[in-house]
Design a protein around this ligand. Structure first.
Ligand code: ADP
Ligand code: NI
Length: 219
């Protein structure tokens, strides 16, 4: 199979596997991350097949929606890529990317051992989809899915949550901006990722300013 046939097969597999996924992690999230990955990759020295497959398979079985079992995604990806005869070296790199991409794993210093230019690109592309206009939509969609309040002035953001506390938190969605989304700009790995993140970050700041104006009946 040529690289582009491998990518096409993978797109079909991911679309099928994510049928019925919740809005923040559906095929369109993957498609946006895939597009951002190719955009950022233009300015980086990376293996295009590896970043493409990493982007397409990075959320194939999100642990949050599989009873916290983080092994399912990498296993599914490995089985699929083996079944279509992808080079084992490529498979192993893609699995490393899937295992190391999440915000959660970047908080766990001990687990965050693997790094590569390819992981850096896909991670940036995934982070971009969590900020800006799309990021705002995804946050409120997730909050609605979890039945969270939009905002509650009596519940302050908590910047020191452990992984367990973060998972169990029922805080209002606005808190998520301060606990995660506004911190992502500083975590970008690549120059082009950082540039796009700057602009999306500013959009979120403007959004929050307007949100609080309206909340306080001032606009
Ligand atoms: P991804 O899998 O794309 O890296 P996550 O699984 O961490 O991202 O989250 C998926 C989406 O849900 C993101 O847009 C993220 O901001 C949002 N989200 C995650 N946790 C929360 C939360 N506690 N409140 C609001 N939105 C959240
Ligand atoms: Ni993702």
């Amino acid at each position: 199979m040529t690289d582009s046939e491998i990518v096409e097969e993978t797109i079909a597999f991911v679309k099928e596997t994510l049928k019925g996924a919740e809005g923040g992690h559906d095929w369109f999230h993957i498609q946006r991350v895939f597009k951002n990955t190719l955009l950022i990759a233009k300015d980086e020295q990376v293996n295009i097949l590896v970043v493409s497959l990493g982007a397409l398979l990075h959320d194939i079985a999100d642990a949050k929606f599989n009873n916290g079992n983080e092994a399912i995604g990498p296993k599914l990806a490995m089985e699929f890529l083996s079944s279509i005869g992808v080079d084992p070296k490529v498979i192993s790199h893609v699995v490393d990317i899937i295992e190391n991409i999440s915000f959660k794993s970047s908080l766990e210093v001990s687990k965050n051992k693997f790094s590569s230019p390819e992981l850096a690109v896909v991670q940036d592309a995934d982070r971009l989809d969590a900020i800006g206009a799309i990021g705002i939509a995804r946050a409120f969609n997730y909050g609605g899915f979890k039945n969270r309040e939009l905002y509650n002035p009596d519940i302050a953001p908590n910047l020191n949550m452990s992984k367990e506390e973060y998972k169990k938190s029922t805080a209002p969605t606005i808190n998520h901006f301060y606990e995660k989304l506004l911190l992502l700009k500083e975590k970008m790995n690549t120059v082009s990722g950082k540039n796009i993140a700057e602009q999306r970050h500013q959009f979120m700041l403007n959004y929050l300013e307007q949100f609080f104006l309206e909340w306080n009946g001032n606009s």
